[in-house]
Design a protein around this ligand. Structure first.
Ligand SMILES: NC(=O)CC[C@H](N)C(=O)O
Length: 275
């Protein structure tokens, strides 16, 4: 039987790999492998053997040079030991094969710094936006309301009605674009999947703390044009069951946490389209 296989990359400072792997399994993946980056660089583990790549949260390289910057260079330029191939060749093939990537927090920072998102020209290697220091100048650890764009091409958000309530924990979550044209293209193509919003999900918000970092246009997540690549600052893997919710003992909540739907949609897509 063919298996839906997810991989979660760890090492150099990630800290959400177990939660991400758990969310993948709960969402319907047959297997979720936590792979140290060095196993990819020695060629022991190959991206080709998986359908869903998770770039997860943490403090890659201690946020030195700016969050995820060093890892972005590592992934772009590192050669696989004893092979003629670079890791980026495997990653490019992964994308070309129509497979899925989800970057969360440090993983989202990594995706934008590599150029994987928003990938307006589909080169996947030209950086056009960044995630930088929160306007408040401090690390933020709180829950936020995320209004979904129902017109976004993201395959991860199918069935999300108004939005999601999820935790954030970051110091560098303010999204900035390199030009007004980039920002306009993101809006025109509906690539801003989620925006920080009011508690009823009715309107995007620039007000702190609803918008915890001052992101332009309140952008909290981006996808690419075909919707198979997505990155977001909030942590969907941290709310997959009602007991993850801060008020679960005081409120009547559904069994399933808001973040699980993203992993369920990924698993469904893989099973329907990639197996
Ligand atoms: N939780 C995270 O992934 C944090 C990302 C990064 N270290 C930051 O502080 O912005």
């Amino acid at each position: 039987m063919k298996q839906a296989r997810a991989i979660v990359i760890t090492g150099n400072g990630t800290n959400c790999e177990r939660e991400a792997a758990h969310a993948c399994r709960l969402g319907g993946f047959d297997e979720a492998v936590i792979a140290h980056i060095s196993d990819l660089l020695t060629g022991n583990i190959r991206l080709d053997d998986f359908h869903f790549l998770n770039l997860t949260g943490g403090f890659l390289d201690g946020d030195d040079l700016g969050s995820a910057k060093a890892q972005a260079n590592r992934l772009k330029y590192a050669r696989i030991e004893g092979a003629t191939e670079h890791l980026i060749d495997q990653l490019s093939r992964f994308i070309a094969d129509g497979k899925l990537i989800l970057g969360v927090c440090n993983g989202f920072q990594l995706m934008v710094k590599m150029g994987l998102l928003p990938a307006l020209d589909e080169s996947y290697l030209e950086q056009s936006v960044t995630l930088t220091f929160n306007d408040c100048g401090r690390f933020q650890d709180r829950w936020v309301y995320l209004k979904v764009d129902p017109a976004s091409p993201s395959l991860f958000t199918k069935g999300v009605e108004k939005g999601l309530y999820l935790p954030i924990r970051h110091g560098e979550g303010k999204l900035l674009a390199d030009s007004p044209a980039t920002l306009a293209a993101i809006e025109e193509r509906h690539l801003a999947v989620f925006k920080y919003a009011t508690a009823d999900y009715a309107a995007a918000s620039m007000e702190f703390p609803l918008n915890p970092n001052g992101s332009v246009h309140a952008i909290a997540a981006l996808c690419n044009d075909n919707g198979r690549l997505m990155g977001m600052m909030p942590h969907p893997e941290a709310f997959v069951h009602r007991t993850n919710h801060p008020r679960w003992t005081r409120e009547e909540l559904p069994e399933e946490g808001d973040g699980l739907i993203l992993f369920k949609n990924a698993a469904t897509y893989v099973k329907e389209k990639l197996l």
